[in-house]
Design a protein around this ligand. Sequence first.
Ligand SMILES: [Fe+2]
Ligand SMILES: [Fe+2]
Length: 189
Amino acid sequence: MDSMHLTREEKEEAIRWAEDSSWVEREDYYEDTDYMECVRDIIESPVFQSMDNYMQHGDTTCKAHCIKVSYMGYCICRKMGWEYAEVARAGLLHDLFLYDWHTHAKETGEHFHGYTHPKTALNNAVKYFNLTEKEKDMILRHMWPLTPIPPKSREGMVIIYSDKFCGLIETMARVKRWILFGFGKKSAA
Ligand SMILES: [Fe+2]
Ligand SMILES: [Fe+2]
């Protein structure tokens, strides 16, 4: 990642892009035919679409979050001349845990979602899709350094970077809306 230098304008644009889920709702990613060639089977599957039922960060659903992480990772890897198809696919599946983590602990007594959900996501992903070993590793290791073992590939580090970046911006976007418009809007914390 050392050689990936972004200008201030590019960083500001990346923040605006991650704050905004409207391009996901409009399904603008269909216009990127190279991207869709990598991910169409996953993105159009019922199990992937079901992530729209679960909130992830702020007002962003798991589905929208995973599309952002996938597309950001794909763009970074293309820019760097790295392998991008597996990043695009693993990005979509990295949070395929399929429950609402806001109520999960209360309902199940399982209090370690942050540590356990990569394994749950991987178990779900392999049930529905044929994955490469690298894709599996990227999903399983995406919470590093919270979980102790890092991914084996530089592309896995791109997923980690994209996930942390999007997660932070999605959470902050909600805080910003609270400050600007008040607390009336109902959504998950
Ligand atoms: Fe995650
Ligand atoms: Fe994530």
